[in-house]
Design a protein around this ligand. Sequence first.
Ligand code: MRU
Length: 353
Amino acid sequence: MSTTAIETTTFRCIEWADETVKLIDQTRLPTEEVWLELHDYRDVIEAIKSLRVRGAPAIGVAGAYALVLAAQEFVNEPDFTHRLSISADEIADARPTGANLAWAIRRMTALVQSIDSPKQVIEKLTAESLLIQREDEEANRRIGQFGADLLSNGSSVLTHCNTGALATGGYGTAFGVIHTAWSQGKVKHVYATETRPLLQGARLTAWELVRAGIDTTLLPDSAAGMIMCQGIIHAVITGADRIAANGDTANKIGTYTLAVLAKEQGIPFYIAAPTTTIDMSLPSGEQIVIEQRNPDEVTHLRGSRIAAAGVSVYNAAFDVTPAELIAGIITERGVSKKPHTKSLKTLMERADG
Ligand code: MRU
């Protein structure tokens, strides 16, 4: 493995260091690599909302660190627990679709005991937030192995949006599968979609793939059908933001289109995600809240208007792919196969490891 590849596999987009949150500002990539140091939990909320940090698992990690910042801020307040609880709600509400943010805040707040002193709470929360990031990275490495086992030697895969270290606690979900399979010689080429409107594929996935030394072709989202009908794509692999109990999966807008095209062309369509993205409280994708984002993201590019003034805009950030279109949901506990309702239940009841 080359030096570049090793750096790529250890890269983290967010870290807790010197009692602050350090994160790479993803809105500036790939042209500038700017690291931010955030001392106020409200700035982390802003970073989540504006996609400086994004990707469901990475948002979960950011939310956990934000809660530690809140605890530090309120340490001398008489109503410490109350203020911490309000900030926890504010953080959890920063973005609605990705399951990992609310999951991480629930996991963190469950640790707060009324008998603990504020300093004890800070110690507990700090340890837990670091654990959340470490566990996510470890889960991704297992996902990478399970996913690589599904691919044949010399495969070309198509992926959408960004699922690498930039979107997670480390290593990546669908990106982790691609990276593991590439290092085993199973993936020989990657096709990455641009991912309109915010170009996470062109800006972020292409950046990560090039850094990892993986042969990559970037394509406009609208070229996916053309590429797939040429018989050169052996699998489509994407990440997930929230997976319902029946396997219906919310992921970046455009994923559903790719799954339908894959079915038409007889190409297996896989989702890769940690079990922390699975929401067993939702029976199906119909209950998943889909984030609607600012119309400017569609009408403007890097601050310049590209659409006719006055036009109305549809800017749902995610769509839902029905479970029956998904050949496998690759998790750190194994691969869910159809019927996903039964398979996911078994996976979720199984202990890690
Ligand atoms: O809106 P974003 O950039 O936060 O979207 C999240 C994603 O990058 C994807 O939907 C991804 O597949 C899930 S997170 C690994």
